[in-house]
Structures are given as C-alpha cells and as structure tokens.
Design a protein around this ligand. Sequence first.
Ligand code: TYD
Length: 219
Amino acid sequence: MQPAGLFITFEGIDGAGKSTHIAALAEAFRAAGRNLTLTREPGGTPLAEKLREMVLNDAMDPLCEALLMFAARRDHLQQVIEPALARGDVVLCDRFTDATFAYQGGGRGFDLNVLQQLEQWVQVRADTGQLRQPDLTVWFDLPPDVAARRLAGARVPDRFETQPEAFFRRVAEGYGSRLKQDPARFVRVPSDQSKEAVWRAVRAAFEQRGWLQVTEVRA
Ligand code: TYD
C-alpha cells in the first residue's frame, strides 16, 4: 500500500540553520525508503523561481511583496506539492505560509487579515474544500542577535537579509504568534545550541510521530 503523503515545512529567521537539518532529514527519509520531494519557497517551479528573483531583489511595496509570495505559492502547490502528496511522497519544503505571516506580517507590519484572506484563496483545496496546511512545521528558533552574528560576512545578502535586527525580532514574534494559533502543527526547536543538539531535537520530533524509526536507545 502507498504510504500517506507528508507535508513538512521548515521556518526560522535568516541564519537559523535550516538547510543542514533539511538535508539530514532528507537522508533519513531516503534511508527509510520513502520517496522525497525537496523544495523551497518562494520558488519550487520555473514560474515561482522567477517570482523569487523579483521578490528577493526588486524594490516593491508590502502588498506587492505579499501578492508575489502567494502567487509563487499557488503555482508551487498546484504544480509540485499537491501532486507529490497525492503520490505519497514526503515533501520537505524550506519555508511556507508561516514565513509570509512572520516576514510580511511581523517584519513589514503588513495587515494580517489580508494575509489570512490570501491564505484562504491560495490554499483551499478544490477537492475537499479544506485549507492545505503542513502536517508539521519545524521552527528553528534563534535569537536575532545570534543570527545576525552568524550571517555577518556570509554571501551577498538579499532584500530581507539586509534588514536590521529589530526587523528579525518582529519576524520571530510573528512565528511565535503562528505557533500560538496552531500549536499542534509546530515543533519549536531552540537553535542557539550545537548543530548536533539541534539535530537530535529535530530527529526526536519525527520519531515521536512514528515518521522515522528510533535510532538511539538510551541505557
Ligand atoms: P531563504 O529561505 O532564507 O533562502 P536562502 O537560504 O537561499 O537565503 O530565503 C528566502 C527569503 O525570503 C527569506 O529572507 C525569507 C523571505 N520570505 C518571505 O519574506 N516571505 C515568504 O513568504 C517566504 C516564503 C520567504
């Protein structure tokens, strides 16, 4: 029998260290014999990657920014995420709608009601009428001053990475509010600790849900 699809998203402020752990989880799911779709937002389809280029680099007003994020998301859901879930894949997606609430809502201060309406427009499924949400969202929670130190000197920054620390404090609060609204969907991983400790916490969240096998047996 085909396993049920799993939709997992990864969130956190820039510099929180998502990429390493997404790669490690991909490896763990592959080793468990699961088919994987590894993807990211904004992006994940040819059209959405073009929109990503614009939204990360071109100046625009917050409504434009929010609309482009959701436009990219719509294409991504229809072309990649929904078909992958229907096939029974594990979909590991680097950022999703919580990022829009955190960055455009929290960071930019854009109207959360408008974002909620856009979320409905873009994510309500034609087949069930239900809102598509991740099965689990891993939030790498890192204090903004630590993230700023980690990012300093790293590659050419985009329009978000150049924001001041106060912006990222609001983004982090934005993630906190999303977690409060739907705590069962989130696992919050305190990320100001060693990579190994963060990985153990991430892995444990998947083991607890029976999605990966327990690897370490403690005496
Ligand atoms: P990120 O995921 O950090 O990719 P990379 O590791 O290549 O830098 O970059 C995406 C940026 O886009 C990040 O700064 C957050 C921002 N973003 C939003 O502002 N809103 C959104 O809805 C999404 C998905 C991302």
